[in-house]
Write a protein that binds this ligand. Structure first.
Ligand code: SAM
Length: 278
């Protein structure tokens, strides 16, 4: 089935319809201010650019995944470098390749701006057999600025970076992206904290190369009760580590520092073997 994306966000809600919660979205002050600025400065040129992105996205399919009530996994990508800025006349997703001069002029370190890490991490999760088998319950991404958004497991995120940037730009400006002709929001900004959306009976596991608890991820997940939902927290920043209060256990799963995408692939492979998903 082929469905196109459509950008939503500024339309008024129908009376009595409570699915959309844009009005209630709370974002940290810094991001709230930038969102306001985006809205007030939103020009015709920006609207045209947005429409071009929507056209570009027409025909991107959502993926059919198996439906199951079995326990599953939730992924949280923390510290994703996904930040937009107005450069010249248009808003763009900041990245070290294209915006090095702009970032330096604004006193920022270009090497911190790596949205490709979150892109690859998201693809690694959505492409996994865990997801195809319907065992990915949810995917949340939290940006370095604290904006939290949900990605529906059956969304097919653009594989090229340019198109991914277009989607992220629209999401961070409009706060949601909806499948054309459907009410379902495929991506949407939601309120912090992420813990309110997690299953009650879950174990929250963080991943860090610097953790002193070096484990074989296969042995670790094999040792977890089969009824338990697992929440995996992986960082998508260029430097540093994740340090979140809600994480119960920090694991290192290799002697080597891994990319976020490779780390995720190790986790999903281990779950696939545990659950015998071929
Ligand atoms: C900090 S980012 C590093 C980004 C990297 N430069 C890239 O291109 O993806 C990678 C994330 O993967 C996880 N990770 C990397 N190496 C790991 C290891 N040896 N054990 C556990 N988790 C690891 C951590 O969650 C970490 O935050």
């Amino acid at each position: 089935m082929v469905r196109a994306y459509k950008v939503k966000g500024e339309k008024r809600k129908k009376k009595g319809e409570n699915y959309d919660k844009e009005e209630e979205i709370e974002v940290p002050l810094e991001e709230e201010e930038s969102t306001k600025r985006v809205k007030t400065e939103h020009s015709e040129a920006d609207t045209e650019a947005a429409e071009r992105v929507v056209d570009l996205l027409s025909g991107i399919p959502v993926v059919a995944t198996d439906q199951t009530n079995k326990p599953g996994v939730v992924f949280i990508i923390e510290r994703a470098s996904l930040e937009i800025a107005k450069i010249g006349k248009t808003y763009q997703l900041l990245n070290s390749d294209e915006h090095s001069n702009f970032l330096k002029k604004n006193g920022r370190n270009p090497s911190d701006y790596r949205p490709d890490i979150a892109h690859q991490a998201m693809l690694s999760i959505l492409d996994s057999r865990v997801n195809k088998a319907g065992r990915l319950k949810a995917l949340y991404v939290r940006t370095e600025k604290g904006v939290l958004f949900e990605v529906k497991p059956h969304v097919r995120i653009p594989r090229t970076f340019k198109r991914f940037s277009g989607i992220m730009l629209q999401l961070l400006q409009k706060l949601s992206i909806t499948a054309v002709g459907k009410r379902e929001k495929l991506l949407r900004v939601i309120k912090n904290p992420v813990t309110q959306y997690l299953p009650i009976d879950c174990r929250k596991i963080g991943f860090s190369h610097s953790s002193e608890k070096l484990v074989d991820i296969q042995d670790y997940v094999n040792g977890v009760n089969n009824d338990m939902n697992l929440v995996f927290v992986v960082g998508a920043m260029a430097h540093g580590k994740i340090d979140k209060d809600y994480v119960e256990d920090y694991l290192s799963i290799s002697d080597y520092p891994l990319s976020a995408a490779y780390c995720i692939s190790m986790i999903t492979n281990a779950m696939e073997r545990k659950w015998k998903i071929l």
